[in-house]
Write a protein that binds this ligand. Structure first.
Ligand SMILES: C[S@@+](CC[C@H](N)C(=O)[O-])C[C@H]1O[C@@H](n2cnc3c(N)ncnc32)[C@H](O)[C@@H]1O
Length: 405
């Protein structure tokens, strides 16, 4: 018998030196550990926070990790993940709360696809396994993505190999669904004809296969503020419209009435273009095709202030203090690794305000410590949960230099 003490970073229970799948703190469980983990625990004393999973796929599917816990528990746990990551760096800052995206709101996801003897299977990975499990009633995905599963299955049946698994990144645009396939069979003449035909039959907005666009009636677009942007296939976008709006609200509030803003790790302009309604923005991003998409969106939009852009690897060539000094606010939204090199330069510059968005509380806290040591105050942190029922945690925060406003 083991009493679960806490959850680990994968949201598994931990107690008595082993991890316990889908167990909550305070629960007494029984089971045989294998490799330091109890995969099928018997819950002897359930925690008051335990609930019946709302999704019928939860038992088999590995797409969610926390459906056995109440919403209130998940919110508190995710907020504590941020608090503890900051505490580990000696930071105690106000956390304003958590914004959680509703069920069925994911507009993008990466699904697995396997060709079967007849037909195909598309879905999330099964629990603790590399097999794929079907998810026709998934509570995470926007219903339009679920409705596209037959199209995905048809593509996998045609272009998947019997050996490996295909990766299908699906995104919901205004015009419909984009499917960006990687690890499909190499394109030959027959597939170059049949795959776009299938995509056309199912009314997909765009199909990209191993990076090559095979079908696109018109460039699929998303609204970013007043602009409409058509990002390159498979490009980064925030996972839910509600999460994006929550992050954008935080960023907008944080930069306030700054007139010259630099947006670092800008993507295709999620923050740049809405902010351009009130400030001039310089957008910096490593992947040039995203900036090209942003630029086209900006040129075709009415009433936006000037937006300039620069393709640059911010890990190797961060913006230096003399390049930063003309700005009165910074927006920074790095990948999971954080922005150590760029933050080291920000610490030497004196930009009055930094709006920091992060998808990794641990690297955020590391970088926040550098900024605080350089004289910034961490004004507030807002936790944003776009990956409902997962172990993933995101946040937005505001830093300011008290003596500079
Ligand atoms: C978390 S996304 C944020 C994108 C954008 N702010 C948004 O909300 O849509 C991080 C971005 O950093 C870019 N990126 C990753 N590594 C980079 C690097 N070394 N230098 C510059 N940009 C990088 C990615 O292409 C991606 O667009």
């Amino acid at each position: 018998m083991i009493t679960v003490e806490r959850l680990n970073t994968r949201a598994e229970g931990v107690g008595g030196g082993v991890s316990v799948a889908r167990a909550l703190p305070g629960e007494v469980v029984e089971g045989t550990p294998e490799g330091g983990r109890i995969a099928q625990p018997k819950i002897l004393t359930p925690a008051p926070e335990r609930v019946a999973a709302p999704c019928r796929h939860y038992k088999a599917c590995g797409g969610c990790a926390l459906q056995h816990a109440s919403d209130a528990f998940v919110e508190t746990w995710k907020t504590d993940v941020v608090r503890q990551a900051m505490a580990a760096q000696g930071i105690d800052a106000p956390i304003r709360g958590i914004h959680t995206s509703p069920p069925r709101s994911r507009r993008r996801a990466v699904l697995g696809g396997r060709r079967l003897k007849s037909g195909a299977l598309v879905g999330f990975h099964a629990r603790a396994s590399d097999s794929v499990t079907a998810i026709p009633d998934c509570l995470l995905l926007d219903p339009a993505l679920i409705a596209a599963i037959p199209a995905l299955e048809a593509l996998v049946a045609e272009g998947g190999s019997r050996k490996g698994e295909m990766r299908l990144a699906v995104t919901l645009f205004e015009q419909g669904i984009e499917v960006s396939v990687t690890e499909g069979k190499p394109l030959d003449k027959a597939l170059s004809l049949s795959l776009p035909q299938i995509a056309g039959q199912f009314g997909l907005a765009r199909l990209a296969w191993n990076g090559e666009v095979l079908l696109q009636e018109e460039p699929p677009v998303l609204r970013m503020g007043r602009a409409r942007v058509s990002p390159p296939p498979g490009a980064f976008l925030q996972a839910t419209p509600q999460g994006e709006a929550a992050l954008l609200n935080c960023v907008t509030e944080a930069v306030g009435d700054a007139k010259q803003v630099v947006d670092l790790f800008a993507g295709a302009g999620t923050f740049t273009l809405p902010l351009a309604e009130r400030a001039e923005i310089h957008a910096v991003e490593g992947y040039a095709p995203m900036l090209a998409a942003m630029d086209r969106g900006w040129r075709n939009a009415q009433g936006l202030k000037r937006v300039t852009s620069e393709a640059r690897d911010l890990f190797r060539r961060p913006l230096m203090p003399d390049e930063l000094k003309r700005f009165d606010a910074v927006v920074i939204d790095p990948p999971r690794a954080g922005a150590e090199a760029q933050v080291a330069e920000l610490a030497k510059a004196a930009v009055p305000v930094i709006a920091h968005v992060s998808c990794n509380p641990v690297t955020f806290a590391r970088d926040a410590k550098t900024l605080i040591a350089a004289g910034y105050r961490l004004d507030w942190v807002q936790v944003v949960d776009q990956f409902r029922w997962s172990a993933h945690v995101e946040l937005a925060a505001r830093f300011s230099r008290p003596h500079m406003g």
